[in-house]
Design a protein around this ligand. Structure first.
Ligand SMILES: Nc1ncnc2c1ncn2[C@@H]1O[C@H](COP(=O)(O)OP(=O)(O)OP(=O)(O)O)[C@@H](O)[C@H]1O
Length: 319
């Protein structure tokens, strides 16, 4: 549904994005994740036809964006970071105005507006003046204006910024519902947003894509150092021997020892809590602490956006 290939945007001699490539399948929610200034808004604006690229191609539903601006704008609903709402209009009046601009014919407009109001939970606020709405409701109006012409693709730029925790949950649920009949790109710098909402995530840093994968596979990519941290009392050779007897244990490391109490790191990619506890207890050793060590999406994000030589894109994770 969306194909972006080798996209670059230069401001003078500075590249806001460079050689950005990713795709989004129909019905998918892709998280476009990156720190401030990474190039998210630039990419979203090129995709929705508001900014020309310096190099590369962006296609939406088979149309090259800049060769088919009008056709692409029909296919895309765009929620910018600060949506331009008209505060003195009612919700319904504003949606009618947007539908008109987007070329929805007069006969279809009432039905399209009703559907947009229902999908965004705004039916009861249809006659309210936008200025009087809370920020959460205004964000819903922003989403309603993006879907009023029934585009197959929705692009949301930081849709939960500035909302309170309850409003954030509501907007995330709304985005998930939209994915049942739209393809969605969600640009964000907020990690939980992608792990809770998105099927796949593209991580962008300093204008370049550094990884694309499912949130789970990204974590698995980093989980090669996963395992357990233990505090065990007893003879070290016995501890070392009985842990190494467990089949899926890759290695065992003694990290420190105080009075026969050893802090131990056990490396394993699979869940072995029960086996470790059984082995130690059956050898008469004292298990004082056991903690699973696992990478979070936050670890992945920090690793990919702070390393000098980040992990190359997607396929590496599947090796
Ligand atoms: N009009 C412009 N002229 C010059 N540089 C720009 C312009 N717009 C963006 N940039 C630069 O391009 C880079 C990418 O900006 P962009 O707004 O796309 O990032 P972002 O990931 O959306 O960040 P944020 O979350 O802070 O909005 C930044 O370094 C920014 O300073």
């Amino acid at each position: 549904m969306i194909e972006v290939e080798h996209l670059s945007k230069l401001y003078g001699s500075t590249a806001a994005i460079e050689d950005v490539t990713f795709s989004v399948e129909p019905g998918e929610i892709l998280g476009f994740l990156g720190p401030n200034g990474a190039g998210k808004t630039t990419t979203m604006r090129i995709l929705s036809g508001y900014l020309p690229a310096s190099r590369g191609t962006a296609k939406v539903a088979g149309f090259e964006v800049h060769e088919n601006l009008m056709a692409v704008r029909q296919k895309i609903g765009y929620l910018p970071e600060s949506p331009p709402l008209y505060p003195e209009m009612t919700v319904q009046g504003f949606l009618n105005f947007v539908a008109q601009i987007k070329g929805v014919n007069a006969g279809d407009r009432p039905n399209r507006i009703q559907i947009a109001l229902e999908k965004t939970g705004l039916v009861e606020k249809r006659k309210t003046i936008i200025r009087k709405l809370s920020k959460g409701y205004r964000q819903r109006v922003g989403i309603a204006q993006a879907i009023v012409h029934d585009p197959p693709v929705i692009i949301l730029d930081e849709p939960t910024v500035g909302l309170d925790p309850r409003q954030i949950i509501e907007v995330r649920n709304l985005i998930k519902q939209l994915a049942s009949d739209h393809t969605v790109i969600l640009s964000t710098h907020i990690l939980p947003e992608v792990s809770m909402t998105c099927d796949r995530v593209t991580i962008i840093n300093r204008g370049r894509v550094v990884a694309t994968n499912t949130p789970d596979q990204l974590m698995a990519q980093l989980n090669r150092g996963a395992g357990y941290e233990l505090e065990v009392e007893g003879d070290w050779n016995t501890i070392d021997h009985c842990l190494n007897m467990i089949q899926a244990v890759q290695s065992v490391e003694q990290q420190s020892t105080v009075h026969q109490r050893h802090r131990v790191r056990v490396f394993s990619e699979v869940d072995l809590g029960r086996e470790i506890a059984n082995a130690l207890v059956s050898h008469g050793l004292g298990l004082y602490e056991m903690r699973r060590v696992q990478a979070s999406l936050e670890d992945v994000f920090l690793k990919l956006t702070t390393e000098e030589n980040p992990v190359e894109e997607s396929t590496e994770a599947e090796e």
